[in-house]
Design a binder for this molecule. Structure first.
Ligand code: GMT
Length: 373
C-alpha cells in the first residue's frame, strides 16, 4: 500500500508511535510518505520505502495566524496525487483529521482517511466548545477511526457523543529496541551505595502531576535509601525542582533533562513512577515494562489497561501518594515479588503490545477501508 502519515513530529507519544509505525510498515514492503511540519523525531536517517514531505507554512503579513491546517491539507492532496497514495493515516484529531478531510475533497473519494485518537485531542480539546464540533466532524468523516485504549474510546463517546465505530488498537513496543540493557556501571554512579532507583519520564506538564512524583519519593526516602532519576523537561519542571529543595532531597533526586535513549535510562532504574492525572495510554509505562521495570501508576484513563495492578506494578487512585510510596517500598523490598513483576512486565509488553501484531491490526484496517467501495 502507499500510505501517507501525518503526526506532530516533535517528541511525544503520538509522534513516536506514528514514526515507529511508519518504519514498521516500510519494513513490511509498504511505501510510507510522512507529511509533517518537520522531520519526525526518530526518523533522522535513511530508511528504504520512507519519504518525508515537509509542510512549509507561509507567513504573509496579512495573516494574523499562519494557516497551517490549510497548508497541510494542500500538501496532503499534492502528495496523494503525485505519489498515488491509497490512504492518509493521521495521528491526533486536531487539525490532522480535518486537513485530511479537505485533502480528500480535493483528490477524490478513492483517497481513504484513517484517524488515530491519542489523548488530549479528545480528553481536553473534545470538551473545548470552540473545537468540539469540528473534532466530531473530523471523526465522523474519517473512513476509519482508531483509539489507543478502551478508556479513550469511552471518553470520545462521552465528550463528543459520536456513535461511529472506533477500533481499539493499542500502542506497541518494538522489542528489538526496548529490552533490559546492562547499565550497572552508570547506575553505580547515581546509586553508589546500592540504593533503590526510581525513575520518572515525562514532558512535565500539569497532567503528569510531577509534583506527586516528589511527594511519593519523599515518603519512599523516609523509609529506605533511594535515588530518583527525573527525565524530561516542561513547564512544571521549575516548580518540581523547588519542591525537591524544599524537602531537602537535592542529594537524592537527579535531573537528567531530555534523553533520547530511553531504553538505556530505564535500564538504570528499578521502578517507574507515573502518577498522571490524564493518560489515554501511557506509552512510557509500556516502554518501562518492556525493559523489565514494574510501574507504580495512577488509575488515570488507559493506564490500568497497560499496567496490570498486582502483576506488572501497582495502580492507585490519582493523588494517592501515600499508597504509591507504600507499594513502591513493598515492591523493591521483596526480591521475589520484584523479580516476578519484572518478568511479567516483559511478558505482557512483548505479548499484548507486540509491534508485529499491532502493525498487522493497522494493516487490516487499511485493507478494510480500501475494500469498502
Ligand atoms: O495528548 C497528549 O498529551 C500528547 C500525546 C502525545 O502526542 O504524546 O499523548 C497521548 O498519546 C500518547 C500516545 O498514544 C499516550 O501514550 C498518552 O497517554 C497520551 N497523553 C494523554 O492522554 C495525556
Amino acid at each position: 500500500m502507499r500510505i501517507g502519515i501525518t503526526c506532530y513530529p516533535s517528541v511525544g507519544g503520538s509522534g513516536i508511535l506514528a514514526t515507529e509505525l511508519g518504519k514498521l510498515l516500510a519494513e513490511r514492503g509498504h511505501t510510507v510518505h510522512f507529511i509533517t511540519s518537520g522531520m519526525p523525531f526518530r526518523l533522522g536517517k535513511y530508511y528504504r520505502n520512507i519519504y518525508f514531505h515537509e509542510v512549509d507554512v507561509s507567513s504573509y503579513s496579512v495573516f494574523q495566524y499562519p494557516p497551517y491546517d490549510l497548508t497541510l491539507a494542500s500538501r496532503m492532496a499534492e502528495v496523494a496525487k503525485t505519489e498515488k497514495l491509497d490512504l492518509l493515516h493521521v495521528h491526533y484529531a486536531v487539525p490532522h483529521a480535518i486537513s485530511a478531510y479537505l485533502a480528500k475533497q480535493m483528490v477524490g473519494d478513492q483517497l481513504k482517511v484513517v484517524t488515530t485518537l491519542h489523548g488530549t485531542d479528545i480528553t481536553v480539546l473534545g470538551y473545548d466548545h470552540t473545537l468540539k464540533d469540528i473534532i466530531r466532524f473530523g471523526i465522523e468523516q474519517s473512513d476509519a477511526v482508531t483509539a489507543v485504549s478502551n478508556s479513550l474510546i469511552q471518553q470520545t463517546r462521552d465528550a463528543l457523543q459520536v456513535d461511529k465505530p472506533i477500533d481499539l488498537v493499542y500502542n506497541f513496543i518494538d522489542n528489538r529496541e526496548y529490552y533490559p540493557r546492562n547499565m550497572c556501571d552508570v547506575r553505580e554512579e547515581y546509586a553508589p551505595n546500592g540504593e533503590k532507583v526510581f525513575i520518572h519520564i515525562s514532558n512535565f506538564r500539569t497532567v503528569k502531576r510531577p509534583e506527586d512524583v516528589i511527594h511519593t519519593f519523599r515518603r519512599i526516602r523516609q523509609r529506605i535509601p533511594a535515588k530518583l532519576l527525573m527525565i524530561g523537561e516542561g513547564p512544571e519542571l521549575p516548580i518540581v525542582r523547588d519542591l525537591t529543595d524544599t524537602f531537602g532531597l537535592g542529594e537524592d533526586v537527579i535531573y537528567l533533562g531530555k534523553q533520547e535513549d530511553i531504553a538505556c535510562v530505564l535500564s538504570m532504574a528499578d521502578v517507574l513512577l507515573l502518577p498522571s492525572a490524564q493518560e489515554s495510554f501511557g506509552l512510557v509505562a509500556l516502554e518501562a515494562m518492556a525493559c523489565g521495570k514494574p510501574v507504580i501508576s495512577s488509575d488515570a484513563g488507559g493506564l490500568p489497561e497497560v499496567v496490570l495492578d498486582g502483576e506488572t506494578g501497582f495502580v492507585l487512585p490519582i493523588g494517592d501518594v501515600d499508597g504509591m510510596a507504600a507499594r513502591a517500598v513493598q515492591l523493591v523490598s521483596d526480591p521475589g515479588l520484584y523479580e516476578k513483576f519484572a518478568r511479567q512486565s516483559i511478558e505482557r509488553a512483548y505479548h499484548t503490545f507486540c509491534h508485529t501484531t499491532i502493525t498487522e491490526q493497522y494493516e487490516a484496517i487499511y485493507r478494510r477501508v480500501l475494500e469498502e467501495d
